[in-house]
Design a protein around this ligand. Structure first.
Ligand code: ATP
Length: 439
């Protein structure tokens, strides 16, 4: 991989993918804002995942509230168990996680200054707490959800009855989650506010292993389809399983700092629905009409961070090509080779000159394309420079309106990756590009 994190952070800021939150106030730690291009691209990432999930005959969508009844988090185990062990260095005041800091695990040393003058480990709950209503007392405590999955579990019966789907079926959702991480960082890889894309697949006990394996494969195919490179993505089995889990695997991606978790795929057994039955007093058993039997379904979960996937796509898309012009001068072409469905803009309209006779056609063409896709327009600087600007943000097609266009009502379409150019009639352009995006 070519892209280091600094390259991506600075390109993101310069071109409007990602900005630091509250930058004019000096920024807020580990919070990021998605800019004009980033917000478009993030929607595309979510749409790709959402369509892959909900355009199947066996998965329904859900958009649950971030705030939930506080007992949900008791039932799920988060109030008592969702914590990381934290250690403070008494010399340099660094605070770090005990369970993933190598210098501490191996030598009981501070990762920052090497001191051994450290505090005891203490458990730190990662949930953000706030209060509902005007009274800030213990009865009004609510949490910002640390995962979206609990919305799926508490709506299991609602979704099943409303859709009349039979098991096996799934519930998919995209939404913000919050974790008061001790050591966030690596740009948008680990933040305290992030977006998750989770799907819970409810199955009959005994069929869980089969569906766990199917989902492992399905999710890998998704990543390869959208452009992650085979050599940069792998499965990693968990060494230790959570007490309720029957199987767990991470899909790891080779980020600039090394292979790290992108997605978790878990066989959660009947733990979640059993817990919610117990705590709510509602019977969450499923009645299988065909076999006249009742059971609490098992759950296969796939959970990926949208922000992490956004970063993974950027890492694998970024490339620098050395080109030589006719005079023998070397130049570097930066290309964000994003999958066309993920790229912020599908097409850029570039009039060859700022003369009204061309810009009036280009304006109309922009509007025509915008009916079907995200399009950008640029009339400043040389055409070569404008192509480069689009390459750097991943626009798959550039369309040049030139003086010929006035006579032949056609434009030159230039392909990002091959730089091949074709002449296409304007009346056919929407269909032509839409067709290419699908390939
Ligand atoms: P990690 O070990 O990296 O903390 P996790 O195993 O706690 O992650 P899960 O609870 O399985 O994560 O969450 C599912 C997915 O949500 C993760 O694979 C990751 O893509 C994303 N995610 C989790 N925590 C964060 C975070 N703080 N910032 C960004 N994305 C996150």
């Amino acid at each position: 991989q070519l892209a280091d994190l600094n390259t991506l952070v600075s390109l993101s800021k310069r071109r409007g993918f990602v900005f630091q939150s509250s930058e004019i106030y000096g920024g807020l730690g580990s919070c990021w804002d998605y800019g004009p291009l980033g917000s478009l691209m993030k929607l595309n990432v979510k749409r790709a995942w959402w369509n892959a999930m909900t355009r199947r005959p066996d998965i329904v969508g859900l958009d649950a509230a971030i705030l939930m009844h506080p007992t949900v988090w008791k039932a799920s185990g988060h109030v008592d168990g969702f914590s990381d062990p934290l250690v403070d260095c008494k010399d340099c005041k660094t605070r770090f996680r005990a369970d993933n800091t190598d210098s501490y695990i191996n030598e009981k040393k501070c990762p920052n200054c090497g001191s051994k003058n450290l505090s005891e480990e203490r458990n730190f709950n990662l949930m953000f707490k706030t209060h509902m209503g005007p009274l800030e007392d213990s009865a009004s405590v609510v949490y910002l959800r640390p995962e979206t999955a609990q919305g799926h579990f508490v709506n299991f019966q609602n979704c099943q009855q409303a859709s009349r789907y039979k098991i096996p079926f799934g519930i998919a959702a995209i939404g913000k989650s919050f974790r008061n991480e001790i050591t966030p960082g690596n740009f948008i890889f680990r933040t305290r506010e992030f977006e998750q894309m989770e799907m819970q697949y409810f199955v009959k006990p005994g069929t869980d292993e089969q569906y766990f394996n199917e989902w492992k494969e399905t999710r890998m195919k998704f990543y390869l389809k959208y452009g992650l490179k085979k050599e940069n993505i792998r499965y990693k089995d968990h060494d230790k399983l959570a007490h309720y889990a029957r199987a767990a695997v991470d899909v790891e991606f080779k980020f600039p700092m090394g292979f790290s978790e992108l997605e978790g795929i878990h066989n959660r057994s009947d733990f979640d629905l059993t817990q919610h039955s117990k705590f709510s007093g509602k019977n969450l058993e499923y009645f299988d009409e065909a076999n006249k039997e009742k059971y609490i379904p098992y759950v296969i979960e796939t959970a990926v961070g949208c922000d992490r996937l956004f970063l993974a796509f950027m890492c694998d898309a970024y490339r620098e090509e050395v080109t030589t012009d006719e005079a023998g001068k070397e130049d570097v072409r930066v290309v964000m080779g994003l999958h066309p469905e993920i790229a912020p803009y599908k097409v850029a309209v570039l009039p060859l000159s700022k003369k009204e006779e061309l810009t009036s056609i280009a304006d109309k063409l922009r509007d025509q394309l915008a009916e079907d896709m995200d399009v950008t327009y640029d009339e400043t600087a040389s055409i070569g420079k404008r192509y480069r600007r689009q390459d750097e943000i991943g626009t798959p097609f550039c369309v040049t309106v030139d003086f010929e266009t006035i006579n032949d009502q056609a434009v030159t379409v230039r392909h990002r990756d091959t730089m091949v150019q074709e002449r296409i009639p304007m009346s056919q352009l929407n269909g032509y590009i839409a067709g290419k995006l699908k390939n």
